[in-house]
Design a protein around this ligand. Structure first.
Ligand SMILES: *Cc1c(COP(=O)(O)O)cnc(C)c1O
Length: 444
């Protein structure tokens, strides 16, 4: 592995000529439905830097969508995955098993919330993990209905499209969707009509009332929620909301599933975002940050629930691939050794101070929220009306990209700028990125 200088460098237009050439080839050969935030082609990446084929070095505030928390070429991930590649690439765990899969399941049992007996099953993608959580919950409860929330995101397969709230771009034209999916309100503090202080109690009461009246609690197999909503706009459900929903699930024999695919593995400054309010989910889905960029996902949960499906009922050809498992063990080791929870908390402290200073100057910053290194600002045309400002959001992202800062947008209204730096980013790069953001505000 070659160490990449941790310095921003812009030497061509962004994207540069080599990226533009590759983009032309890509446009001819790659399906148009697969988009890219910024068509600069990557040459190498690590720490807080993405280096492109034209020699530009971008500051990374995206982590490949919250994936490369340990960096995109973390030493332990590269070492362990390379060693595994030499030994064998695949056997299929369902044919002849191997230790790495078991070791990842053991690590998940240790790190996820709760001290009950836990088991795991491994998959390739977040969507696949969520699909399997539903299969497991249905097998355990012998019920069918699944309850999800406004602004929720759970993936792009047929069932997970049904679970996802937002139509464009995730669902439009791709129906019909899976049945027995019901959507209820979430405590979105910033936009809750009676104010954030009432959102937790009121939204949970509304959600529970809807479940009771429209679905029937006795029909519900699972309630699935992101403890910090990701694609929906980095919404932290107002305090009290998650515990109330978890308690309702418990009282009614419903499997409570925390989708921590984006918020998990130190991203919010805790191993899992659920830890913040002491909520212990029955099942937890993980992916993204788990393996330093290698494709791996998991469902982890109470042993008696995880064991409900019949033998052979769960699995898949590649699920828990040995190279991905080795990468996960390297990533988890890195998180512990570098105390990336503490790093995420430090990132939050720096970011929130800088963003608050920007908010004081620019009233289009309606809200600053998130935890750890999962921080966002919501942009509005007028703080009084809170009318979403998707145009300013897109313009700000574009201005940052031109200066060599990779930022992502999200939110149901497309008006949220989200910041997901690798947790290993240096503080100088972090501050330089925030300087660029501040200058972008001045410019637009
Ligand atoms: C990204 C994401 C998914 C889907 O994961 P994929 O690996 O893209 O299938 C599901 N849930 C949440 C909360 C996510 O952020």
């Amino acid at each position: 592995m070659s160490a990449i200088p941790q310095e921003r460098r812009v030497v061509t237009a962004i994207p540069g000529p080599k990226s533009q050439e590759l983009q032309a080839r890509r446009t001819a050969a790659v399906a148009g439905g697969v988009g890219s935030v910024l068509p600069v082609f990557t040459a190498r990446a690590g720490g807080g830097i993405i280096e492109d084929v034209d020699g530009n070095r971008l500051i990374d505030f995206g982590s490949g969508i919250a994936v490369t928390s340990v960096g995109a070429s973390a030493e332990a991930v590269v070492r362990k995955a390379s060693a595994q590649l030499q030994d064998f690439t695949h056997t299929c765990f369902m044919v002849t098993p191997y230790e790495g899969y078991v070791a990842v399941a053991e690590a998940l049992a240790e790190l996820t919330p709760g001290d009950h007996a836990k088991k795991s099953a491994l998959f390739n993608s977040g969507a696949e993990a969520v699909e399997n959580a539903v299969k497991i919950a249905r097998a355990y409860t012998k019920r069918q209905a699944v309850v999800v929330f406004d602004h929720g995101y759970h993936g792009r397969t047929n069932l997970t499209m049904a679970l996802t709230a937002k139509n464009m771009p995730y669902k439009n034209g791709f129906g019909p969707f899976a049945p027995e999916v019901y959507r209820v309100p979430v405590a979105y503090g910033y936009r809750w009509p009676t104010g954030p202080e009432n959102a937790g109690a009121e939204a949970s009461a509304q959600a529970i009332d809807m479940i009771n009246k429209q679905v029937g609690a006795e029909n519900v197999a699972a309630i699935i929620i992101e403890p910090v909503l990701g694609e929906g706009g980095f919404i932290e459900p107002a305090k009290g909301f998650l515990p109330a929903i978890a308690q309702f699930a418990k009282d009614n024999g419903i499997v409570f599933v925390a989708d921590e695919i984006q918020s998990g593995f130190c991203r919010t400054g805790e191993w899992f975002a659920c830890d913040d309010e002491g909520v212990v989910p029955d099942l937890i889905t993980t992916a993204k940050g788990i393996a330093g960029g290698l494709p791996l996902a998991a469902v982890t949960g109470r042993a008696e629930i995880m064991d409900a499906p019949h033998a052979g009922g769960l699995g898949g050809t590649y699920g828990g691939n040995p190279v991905a498992c080795a990468g996960a063990l390297g990533a988890i080791e890195t998180m512990k050794e570098l105390d990336l929870n503490a790093k995420a908390k430090k990132i939050e402290q720096i970011m929130k101070a800088r963003l608050t200073a920007i908010q004081d100057k620019y009233e289009i910053v309606g809200d600053i929220r998130g935890r750890g290194a999962m921080i966002a600002i919501e942009l509005v045309k007028d703080p009084a009306t809170k009318e979403p400002d998707a145009e300013a959001t897109a313009a700000l992202a574009k201005a940052c990209h031109a200066e060599g800062l990779l930022v992502l947008t999200c939110g149901t209204y497309g008006n949220v700028l989200r910041f997901l730096p690798p947790l290993v980013i240096g503080e100088d790069l972090l501050n330089e990125g925030l300087d660029i953001l501040e200058q972008a505000f001045a410019r637009i």
